[in-house]
Design a protein. Structure first.
Length: 594
């Protein structure tokens, strides 16, 4: 039998897995080709390889055969219930340990050039195994390098830091690695401003870079840091006051732009051409994928400090890895570099949103139930209740139709009038967030509902239209656009263009956006790094594998003023009982003393 014929036989035998949606045809094709090169014909071994190839697309850096069925079902749920049913009917191997034992003897893993690596219970594509090992080694190296630095009590006084924030500044300045975590409103940005001011006081010529994974997150970082500049500038101490003018010149960028992303997928900066900075601070670090973080470490100057800032309680990166969560959950060599802020100032302490988000984060079912009871029979609500904070619970789409309609019409009006600044501001006033992409609870349905409302008001939504919210879904450095950037279609004279950014405003021709999506509604994963005045959270059903504490917490904390939960009380409680499990070996590697 020729090579082509043997490949055809394997395709036919494994085709049911493709038809059911458990693996994609391209992933299977790559797996079969690699298996042929290695001399492997076993269907179970090739299937494991295909799952390892697909794993990073679902956020996992490796495959654990004990959980692969559940993870595949969870990914299928993003599509439809019929896909879930089809996958459940597949001939899954009965014993994961025997499956892995067979794989261990396969040429797919036996040499240093083989495509797979088995490490404990985890099966990696070799590239992701190498990413993980390099990241673990890099973090340990940074954490072990002690610094003789002093933090300025005067800076802390000027910025009004709490005792917890002062301690965080000391921890993040003690070694070349600092990790600052905490919920929204816990003062992470004020603490970052103190770190930067201290760096400049220790060395006035220090070069500092601020970055975040998305353009939106970078813009928010810029706005937040700016709030501290006037406080520093008003300091009686001339040295402290001088730091304000330097901080004012710092312009946060995306991590891709910081690294000098190229069209070929590579980066300008790396080990042979390190970043020219003494301190690099990355905000919203929970959104960093493992490969991107590996690139950051590779590009870091040999003497530079790195500070990661984010909320470890949020969902992990859309892409492969759970870097911040793995680091924040580590004890020992790297754990001493982690500073956690726990007191939040974003919501009033008695506000329902503040109490509910805390209950979700901690998995406190009793507190959550009490709040659900409270909002089930609310008193008359006005804008002064809970300092304007509002948490509400509805069961039907129709209950929020008026809010959706009004927001979308306001957006269309401002965009059509060419009021770009107002249109971008309106864009952040309201957003529907979903766990699913498809189906009755998914983004597609809610985008469609929103456009139906616009059509009923005489707004044509076929093709491009004014007020259309747009998200970039693939990096495009040539246009200064990166995955996750959100803009809106506006009038630019007699032309329609897409406006992106706020402090870094730029207009893009619609024809230049090859990879994009309309986002009246968006997934909760994609909402990370963003804030909206009013968030509508479409809860997955209680039996959903996507219903997790991290998902609900991330969604609720995207709101500045108002949260509307759409779904059932049972769905909320189901999410509180479940924690997201990303397959990653990074936390274990960071605990290792080797």
């Amino acid at each position: 039998m020729t090579g082509f014929e043997s490949q055809r036989v394997l395709f036919d035998r494994l085709d049911p897995w493709v038809v059911a949606g458990a693996i994609s045809q391209p992933d299977l094709a790559v797996a079969i080709s690699l298996a042929e090169i290695c001399g492997e014909q076993g269907e179970a071994e090739i299937l494991a390889l295909a799952f390892a190839i697909a794993a990073p697309q679902s956020g996992h850096t490796a495959v654990d055969l004990q959980y692969i069925r559940e993870h595949t079902l969870a990914r299928a749920e993003l599509g439809s219930q019929s896909a879930v049913d089809d996958i459940e009917k597949l001939p899954w191997p009965d014993h994961a340990d025997k499956w892995q034992e067979r794989l261990s003897a396969s040429p797919l893993v036996r040499s240093t050039q083989s495509p797979l690596v088995i490490d404990g219970d985890l099966i990696y594509l070799r590239r992701f195994f190498q990413h993980e090992c390099r990241v673990a080694d890099g973090l340990k190296s940074l954490a072990h390098t002690q610094l003789a630095r002093t933090s300025s009590a005067e800076v802390s006084d000027v910025l009004g830091l709490t005792l917890g924030q002062r301690r965080a500044v000391e921890i993040c300045a003690a070694t070349r690695l600092g990790v600052l975590t905490g919920p929204p409103g816990s003062g992470k940005t004020r603490t970052v401003a103190a770190l930067v001011a201290d760096e400049l006081i220790n060395s006035s010529t220090s070069r500092i870079a601020l970055a975040a994974p998305t353009g939106k997150a970078a813009a928010r970082m810029s706005e937040s840091v700016t709030e501290s500049i006037s406080m520093l500038a008003a300091a009686d101490d001339a040295t402290i006051a001088a730091t304000a003018s330097v901080i004012q010149t710092l312009s946060p960028s995306t991590v891709h732009r910081l690294l000098g992303a190229r069209a070929d997928g590579g980066f300008r900066y790396g080990a042979q051409n390190p970043l020219p900075y003494d301190l690099v601070i990355v905000d919203e670090a929970s959104m960093l994928s493992l490969p991107l973080f590996d690139a950051v470490l590779d590009a870091l100057h040999p003497s530079a400090r790195l500070v990661l800032v984010g909320d470890a309680g949020q969902l992990a990166s859309v892409d492969a890895g759970s870097v911040l969560g793995d680091i924040a959950g580590t004890e020992g060599d790297v754990g001493h570099c982690v500073a956690e802020l726990t007191e939040t100032h974003r919501f009033p302490t008695d506000s329902v949103i503040g109490r509910f988000s805390t209950a979700v984060l901690t998995g406190d079912e009793q507190a959550a139930i009490a709040l659900l009871d409270e909002i089930s029979n609310p008193p008359v609500v006005d804008d002064t209740q809970h300092d304007g904070m509002l948490l509400e619970f509805v069961e039907q789409y129709a209950d929020i139709e008026a809010s959706m309609r009004q927001h979308s019409l306001n957006l269309v009006t401002k965009a059509r009038d060419g009021d770009v600044a107002s249109a971008l501001q309106q864009l952040d006033e309201f957003r529907v967030l979903c766990a699913h992409r498809h189906g009755p609870f998914g983004v597609d349905r809610w985008n469609s509902l929103n456009e139906q409302l616009l059509e009923s008001e005489g707004v044509r939504t076929r093709g491009w239209y004014y007020g259309q919210p747009v998200m970039v879904t693939k990096n495009d450095p040539t246009q200064r656009l990166f995955n996750g950037d959100v803009g809106v279609a506006v009038a630019d004279g007699d032309r329609l263009r897409i406006a992106f950014g706020s402090s870094d405003l730029h207009l893009v021709e619609p024809t230049a956006l090859a990879d994009h999506a309309t986002v009246h509604a968006m997934t909760i994963h994609k909402s990370q790094g963003s804030e909206f005045d009013h968030v509508v959270v479409v809860l997955p059903p209680e039996h959903s594998r996507l219903a997790t504490r991290e998902l609900l917490y991330t969604a609720v904390t995207r709101a500045r003023r108002r949260v509307t939960l759409v779904g059932s009380r049972v769905a909320v409680l189901a999410a509180l009982k479940t924690s997201e499990r990303r397959v990653s070996g990074l936390r274990g590697r960071l605990r290792s003393q080797q």
